[in-house]
Design a protein around this ligand. Sequence first.
Ligand SMILES: [Zn+2]
Length: 454
Amino acid sequence: MPTLLVRNAHVLVTMDAERREIPGGGLLARDGVITQVGPTADLPNTADEVVDARDRLVLPGLVNTHHHLYQTLTRAVPGAQDAGLFDWLRTLYPMWARLDPDSVRVATTLGLAELAKSGCTTAFDHQYLWPNGSRVDDQIEGARLVGLRFHAARGSMSLSEKDGGLPPDSVVETEGAILADSARVIDAFHDPAPGSMTRIVLAPCSPFSVTERLMRESAALARSRGVRLHTHLAETKDEERFTVERFGKRPVDYAAGLDWLGGDVWFAHGVFVSEEDVTRMAATRTGLAHCPTSNMRLASGIAPVRACLAAGVAVGLGVDGSASNDSGNLLAEARQALLLNRLAVSPGIGGGPQMSARTALEMATLGGAAVLGREDVGALEPGRMADFFTLDLGRVEFAGALHDPVAAALLCAPVPAESVFVGGRPMIRDGHHVSIDEPALVAEHGRMARALVG
Ligand SMILES: [Zn+2]
């Protein structure tokens, strides 16, 4: 039963029920689980491992709720830099069709390594195409190298161009193959226990790339096995036009008709949702992954996040795919969420309080944990996992901002985490991954990216 003691933090942010921020704070963990949080003077003097957090901010590990890690191989691709969603996808699908088990494993490792450096300790990934024999297993192998808690989607596409969908035949699968493999990966990898490092989510891609039957059968399978459901919804005007023309319904009505609202479901984006849709999502406890950078990068629109929060919708943050963000930095994403949601109510000056830095941080921690259905992460309090990261407040980026170091973490330029711990074990120390040779990984990933894009 190894113990870990964190002491002397400039401020330790708990995100507990009282949202305590403890100057000179620390925590004690035993076997990866927090047993005590409070002022350093109230904690024991020693433990098996001691982290001195003097002049450091200590924050709960961030939780990412939407991503496509394979897209780290296709960032900033010429031809897809300035397009909206549908043209962007049409440009990239043929490149993604060249993915294989090795490139999926390496892209997953690199993307999670990047996320971890921004303080992320729990991440969901939504891979929805599996060319050339690639499998969820390849992603899980990569995630285990990095050491984050990983929620892997068994994502899918079943509606190709010939049937009226958007993707080409080369990247879709049959419904039978998708459902059989979904059941296989749940049996092989899903761990529902507290402290779990691996969970599975069933995640048909989007209304314009899957059949209604697959949506219904995925929901039935997920519910029979106790796993969660996720899909892209209400992301763009193009998508809304598609669901109205094909199904005679706007996106949230389409989802409702397929039994896709509920406390075990969360949607990525939710840009084109009405007031009524928001009320319905809140009433059914359907969650939302807000992806501000991607929504700006593809010029999709602005999700009504403040209305969702006010209505009681669980909202987490997602960096979204690396090809529609070109980055996988969750602390930066929280800053983007803060800034975009201020702009969303512009002109806001004098028009009431703006979204606060602490609200953005809450979405990135507790909000994400709620969206993924986890009560064991997202806050630093007894009984939760010892997942946290530290920021060095002596950096030039924070100079002059220590009047409020917690707000500074969001308002100032995002800086890399100095240390990141998952379940009381170090994943990053002194800014470097403990278990990964980062230059070698970047070199291997670079070779694969060149091969894929051509
Ligand atoms: Zn996405």
